[in-house]
Design a protein around this ligand. Structure first.
Ligand code: ADP
Ligand code: MG
Length: 334
């Protein structure tokens, strides 16, 4: 069980305005609604640079939302799903290529073709429904990332339906960091529906402190202090419905067709790459603690914080020095 430790410092990311700001740098914040969520961008620097960076970032958000949105008839994903193959933009191609690598390396725990199953449960339309085993088996027969093939700038779906919902926001946050840098913004933070990505240090030179939410309350289970990193969380508590006292959430185990039941309540990934962090947060949630530990030991480029169903907290050793919690936790070592 989770045990209380000594209470430590307060959390900064959710209370961005309380972060100390160096007098020489002014900050500006922008809120955009896209990809079905609220996105908050904050950049610090000269007024012109910050203004230009936020304008360009907002354009990029709208652009990616447009080309990746499944129901938008002009989107790359719509075209692939509708016709079975399509020539796509550089961004879509890159994102799908990276997604396929994660599908493969996680042995299909992450699968960008789970759409028929998510749709059956009503997570797409929000007309929630608990399907029968036969219906699930039928939907699962249309799932399998192995069928998807990327060549030149074309994507071949091989008879499956693509959904990049498990990774799009991570790719987007990574692009926003590039846009900030290209506009000479050296300090910034974005939260895309809770997916956080930081650039440089805070304006006062300190690290950004990112809260890890308690899946069961509005409190936090800990905080991670980072620079230039994405901190991306997946949890069953984020989107779900309840029927006859049972909670059904939006992260599907592609092997069973049911909402993943792996013993994890939430997993946060810390990585230089937003794309990797987003893909892995979903994948490790499906895989559960033991498989995730094994995956972490055999793959580089990320660290993780897990909270299990029995309320224990685990972190991987790469973030040992930058994780603080008022609860006891276990460090997973290589
Ligand atoms: P969120 O999008 O809520 O931040 P995630 O990054 O964990 O959360 O992505 C969940 C979304 O990914 C789902 O809403 C669905 O679109 C898609 N998805 C669900 N299960 C899987 C899976 N096993 N592999 C890949 N994508 C998935
Ligand atoms: Mg994800």
């Amino acid at each position: 069980m989770r045990r209380l430790n000594i209470l430590t410092a307060a959390v900064c990311v959710v209370i961005l305005s309380s972060c100390a700001v160096n007098n020489e740098l002014s900050g500006s914040e922008r809120t955009v609604y896209a990809m079905d969520t609220v996105m908050t961008l904050k950049a610090f620097g000269g007024d012109d640079e910050v203004g230009a960076a936020l304008d360009e970032a907002e354009k990029e958000i709208k652009y990616l939302d447009n080309i990746l949105r499944r129901e938008n008839p002009d989107s790359d994903i719509y075209k692939i799903n509708r016709t079975g193959s399509a020539e796509v933009s550089e961004d879509t191609f890159k994102l799908i290529k990276t997604a396929l690598d994660i599908c493969e390396s996680t042995d299909g725990a992450f699968d960008i073709s789970t759409a028929p199953v998510s749709d059956l449960w009503g997570f797409y339309t929000k007309n929630f429904y608990v399907p029968s085993d036969i219906e699930i088996a039928e939907a699962l027969s249309g799932v399998g990332y192995e069928n998807i093939y990327a060549d030149e700038n074309r994507i071949y779906a091989g008879g499956v339906q693509l959904d990049l919902g498990g990774m799009a926001k991570g790719y987007l946050s990574e692009k926003i960091m590039e846009i900030f840098k290209n506009n000479d913004v050296r300090s910034g933070i974005v939260s895309l529906g809770g997916n956080v990505h930081t650039l440089g240090t805070k304006p006062d030179g300190g690290k950004w402190r990112i809260a890890v939410q308690d899946p069961d309350s509005d409190e936090y289970i800990g905080e991670i202090s980072v620079n230039d990193k994405a901190v991306i969380t997946s949890g069953g508590y984020m989107r779900f419905f309840e029927q006859d006292g049972i909670v059904y959430h939006h992260i599907i185990d592609p092997k069973t067709g049911y909402p993943a039941k792996s013993g994890i309540k939430s997993v946060s990934i810390v990585s230089d790459s937003g794309t990797l962090a987003d893909g892995l947060s979903t994948a490790l949630f499906v895989m559960g603690l033991d498989k995730s530990e094994e995956y972490w030991r055999t793959h580089s480029g990320f660290d993780a914080v897990f909270m299990t169903d029995d309320d224990n907290i685990y972190i991987t050793e790469g973030i040992e020095d930058c994780f603080e919690s008022r609860y006891d936790y276990t460090v997973i070592r290589r």
